[in-house]
Design a protein. Structure first.
Length: 184
């Protein structure tokens, strides 16, 4: 069984913001596999959907704890279902990558991302990370920048990155094989 966690903040106020890229990828992935309905799971502090990709059972999780406490939700559900670290995939935004660039890596550090830091403090370093680049602004503090919505030009670039990310995820899960890679 795989667990795919999209990081973001709950609530309409945060929809389509840079920090919610993980939710956006997960929504697109769910749509691709024909499951657009997430249900609230209070026990695991998140919204979940259960799907099948190829021969694998997969749980999609959108933590509803806000970004900085994402580890609580991931830890709860991964412990309950006994999901192995190598079958855990976390999708997050990354301000250190150019807009639209995607990096897939197993293990590593949080890189300043508070959602990843929360997960690492709860679960440890061993899980797959898919980081979707959102770029940075030299005029806006990072904590404000990540909570801003994308403009129409940025959305076009981001949509391409999300499509590539979803394709990579579907292929990797279907083949039961992930590899470290950068997607431009």
């Amino acid at each position: 069984m795989y667990l795919i966690v999209g990081l973001g903040n709950p609530g309409e106020k945060y929809t389509q913001t840079r920090h919610n890229v993980g939710f956006m990828v997960l929504d697109k992935l769910a749509n691709q596999v024909g499951s657009t309905s997430f249900t609230s799971d209070k026990k695991h502090k998140g919204e979940i959907a259960k799907v099948k990709i190829g021969k694998s059972d997969v749980i999609f999780l959108k933590p509803q704890t806000y970004m900085n406490l994402s580890g609580q939700s991931l830890y709860s559900i991964s412990s309950y279902y006994k999901i192995e670290p190598e079958k855990t995939i976390v999708i997050s935004d990354d301000a250190n990558l150019d807009l639209g660039q995607v990096r897939i890596r197993y293990s590593g550090e949080a890189g300043g991302h508070k959602g990843l830091n929360s997960i690492i403090s709860q679960k440890g370093n061993d899980f797959w990370r898919i980081r979707v680049g959102i770029g940075q602004s030299d005029k806006i503090p990072l904590e404000d920048y990540v909570l801003q919505k994308f403009n129409s030009d940025e959305i076009k670039m981001l949509d391409k990155a999300i499509d590539k990310t979803v394709s990579s995820l579907l292929e990797s899960i279907s083949q039961n094989k992930f590899t470290n890679q950068t997607i431009n």
